[in-house]
Design a protein around this ligand. Structure first.
Ligand SMILES: [Zn+2]
Length: 262
């Protein structure tokens, strides 16, 4: 697993994004924090029953490790929708309501979204030095949130999809993501080739391939450069929080991105 440690905090990084000048990116793991089971240990969610002081300390540790200003963390109250929010200086350090994607061209403005099986997607535009960060569970995926974020970057920054670098992070994989009829129906309505995204499982129910669905949606939006982690959070719940693997009792890891001035 491509894990890099920053000051004893292990994080996952994409090879297509690592080392890019002016770009900070990390997918945190569950290691390096202070929370006890079932949030052990780097839980970044205040809404999973963990103690606030511990969650704050976990944020402080991650930000310190990445040399990111913790007081400027800009996050979202995620609602599994398809709303994209443009983050400028006025939104820096605040929590955005009812949004699952953040885009920015503002330097020193760290964006953070939280995950425990849903799909983190990073969009980086090297031509305009601009960023997008997406939280895509099944609802957001069928609602087209990854494509909506690409479109918002086109409108806000003049981004050209073919120049974007997209990265699809650790999320529950087609191996483990068994879904019910509601999801199957929604996928069939949202995608032109739904059966390929709904592989049969070991039991009678279908599985949903969140990685491929989001990759396909990005391609249809014109994105050509896509790196997919292909890491299943349920298979690798020793490294990542997985809502499914923990039967709902777990913390959240984070995807954190920030632009530094070039
Ligand atoms: Zn799996």
């Amino acid at each position: 697993m491509p894990i890099t440690s920053f000051h004893d905090i292990p994080v996952f990084q994409f090879s297509s994004l690592a080392g890019r000048p002016g770009l900070v990116h990390a997918i945190s793991t569950r290691h390096g924090g202070v929370s006890p089971p079932p949030w052990d240990s780097l839980n970044l969610s205040h809404t999973r029953g963990d103690d606030t002081a511990r969650v704050n300390e976990n944020h402080r540790r991650l930000c310190a490790a990445l040399d990111v200003p913790a007081d400027a963390l800009t996050n979202a109250y995620q609602v599994h929708g398809a709303q994209v929010m443009l983050i400028g200086p006025a939104q820096r350090g605040q929590r955005q309501m009812n949004t699952d994607a953040l885009i920015t061209a503002a330097p020193d403005t760290p964006l953070l979204l939280r995950f425990a099986d849903c799909t983190p997607i990073i969009l980086y535009d090297p031509a305009h030095h601009a960023l997008g960060l997406v939280h895509a569970g099944w609802r957001g995926t069928v609602a087209g949130i990854a494509a909506a974020a690409v479109h918002a970057m086109q409108v806000s920054f003049g981004s050209r999809p073919a120049e974007l670098l997209a990265a699809v992070g650790p999320a529950i994989g087609p191996c483990c993501y068994e879904v019910g009829d509601e999801v199957v129906e929604a996928v069939r309505q949202a995608f032109s080739n739904p059966e390929a995204l709904l592989p049969p499982g070991r039991r009678t129910r279908r599985h949903f391939d969140l990685w491929a669905a989001n990759g396909q949606q990005l391609q249809e939006a014109g994105v050509r450069q896509i790196e997919t982690a292909e890491l299943c959070t349920a298979c690798h719940h020793d490294w990542f929080f997985s809502h499914r693997a923990a039967a709902g009792r777990c913390g959240h890891f984070g995807a954190l991105v920030m632009l530094r001035p070039l």
